[in-house]
Design a protein around this ligand. Sequence first.
Ligand code: AP5
Ligand code: MG
Length: 238
Amino acid sequence: MTAAVAETRVDSKGTRKVSPGPILLLGAPGVGKGTQAKELMAKWGIPQISTGDLLRYNRDHGTSLGRQAKEIMAAGKLVPDDLVNQMVAERLKQADTVAGYVLDGFPRTLNQAEWLDRHLAADPKALPVIAVSIQVGYTQLLRRITGRRSCPVCGTIYNIYLQPPKVDEKCDLDGTPLVRRSDDTEEVFRERMRTYETQTAPVVDHYRALGRFEEVNGDQPVEQVAADVMAAVARLRS
Ligand code: AP5
Ligand code: MG
């Protein structure tokens, strides 16, 4: 399937490499955007760009951006568009994005989507963006959010109910004690869902209307969701 995914390019050593281009993973909190982004990263060697992860990094390191974002994130609201767009613009300048990247959690407002459209249109070599929206029902999302744990060292995502580590609360890969996100409470999850319905659902409609858009059932085993996402990417790039 990989060969069908996108253009191939030849690197400086003459090796042919696949270039899947920009891929957006859309969907409500807990649908599995981060989990699936890591599958695509492993498959195609392209980076995951998670605005949530970048904001948490800034928050935990006390940067100016992190200080501005902290309370907003804790409340389950959205960080202002100009701050997030600027952060994404900086990240997209890095050389590892040349063959493509997976944007996870961005865009999240119509303003962000229109900014991204303009930003990519300014680069004549950029492949058009493709969007895959992952769907999961509310009750399952609540279980996923309240059971989520992650490794602070390697970023692997677990779930104490659905995808537990082999040893309780320890990462399978490096044994590090797992951590829980401070916004993974039922109360903040409800607010994040409200924010999603009012501000992010229109982004899904925006990409549906543009075409180059598919929906995938996220309420299946991780491997099956990954296969469906990759098949959708292959169709959208064919
Ligand atoms: P962000 O970090 O993006 O949070 P989110 O959108 O709420 O999404 P999550 O990370 O909670 O879920 P996910 O879809 O990645 O699911 P995961 O793979 O972890 O944003 C956090 C905050 O930052 C926002 O609230 C906002 O304040 C701010 N922010 C971020 N981006 C912004 C932007 N663009 N503009 C403005 N503000 C922004 O999986 C969830 C759980 O389910 C895990 O436990 C996992 O193990 C489990 N799981 C996953 N797939 C499966 C499966 N198939 N079967 C069983 N379990 C599964
Ligand atoms: Mg995530």
